[in-house]
Design a protein around this ligand. Structure first.
Ligand SMILES: [Zn+2]
Ligand SMILES: [Zn+2]
Length: 277
């Protein structure tokens, strides 16, 4: 049974690896009993073309207009918000998020740190030596959490899906640092349902787990008292109904601090464009 009634993590076909029309996502979310949803397609950046990963910046007006149209059309049925899932592109470029709030009226961003960025470009963490990759991932995520731009951190345990991942001392250290920062900056961590739809489970000690959510990571989150939210990470409308909610319920039973619904508050308040509640 689907006990989730919100999802702020949904993509659109513009990113090049998601399917369906925007309206179908809304219709299926309503069918699934969701009362709130957010479109958070992979962030479109004016300085980066990355076909198959994210839409080109030229698509942003269409994206915004489509979400606004759906907000109007389905206002009686569901609360729809406009967002991006974005990497931390560094302090030097972070004014881009201000521009998105100001120029396009974005409601929120979630941090999904799939790649590293610097002045010269960007790259995949898996292309770096493991120690360096884990340190950089944690450093970047922590800086981003402190920026106040992000509603929550998507798949904080993403590093467990990199090739050759083990949950050794380096991973435990990265996990501890990320969770500590989430607690200090009061940013929820997301149990991400994406991998549960396409990834195989792995054995870790006597635990069988997806690469993410990676159960030992969530033991740390539980221990340290991090806030937790759920993200479907929908890449097709049916994902709202077909995610492995039973698995997430198993995790929820062990922990998960209420409320599940992301709280728009603090520094983020001034950015949220205040659609009346
Ligand atoms: Zn992601
Ligand atoms: Zn995503």
């Amino acid at each position: 049974m689907n006990k989730l009634d919100y999802c702020f993590h949904s993509h659109t076909a513009r990113c090049g690896h998601a399917y369906g029309r925007d309206e179908e996502y809304v219709q299926v979310a309503i069918e699934g009993g969701f009362s709130a949803m957010g479109f958070s397609d992979h962030a479109m950046f004016p300085f980066l073309k990355q076909p198959g990963m994210r839409g080109s910046f030229g698509l942003i007006k269409d994206y915004v207009a489509s979400v606004r149209d759906l907000q109007r059309k389905y206002a009686q049925d569901i609360d729809i918000r406009l967002g991006f899932e974005a990497e931390w592109i560094g302090k030097g470029r972070s004014s881009y998020f201000e521009e998105l709030y100001r120029d396009f009226g974005f409601d929120y961003f979630i941090l999904g740190h799939h790649m590293w960025f610097d002045e010269d470009g960007c790259g995949w963490f898996a292309s770096l030596p493991r120690k360096e990759a884990l340190k950089k991932y944690a450093d970047d995520v922590i800086e981003a959490l402190g920026s106040g731009y992000f509603l929550y951190l998507a798949h904080p345990d993403l590093f467990m899906s990199w090739p050759g991942a083990d949950f050794g001392p380096l991973e435990k250290e990265a996990a501890g640092r990320i969770v500590d920062a989430a607690v200090v900056f009061d940013v929820p961590l997301e149990l991400n349902m994406g991998y549960s739809r396409y990834g195989e489970m792995v054995k870790y000690g006597n635990v069988t787990t997806y690469r993410y959510p990676f159960l030992p990571f969530w033991d740390i989150a539980k221990e340290k008292g991090a806030k937790v939210v759920i993200g479907v990470d929908a890449h097709a409308p049916r994902d709202y109904l077909e995610s492995d909610f039973r698995y997430f319920e198993g995790i929820v039973n062990v922990k998960v601090s209420p409320p599940f619904c992301p709280i728009f508050k603090g520094q983020r308040d001034k950015h949220i464009m205040g659609r009346p509640n």
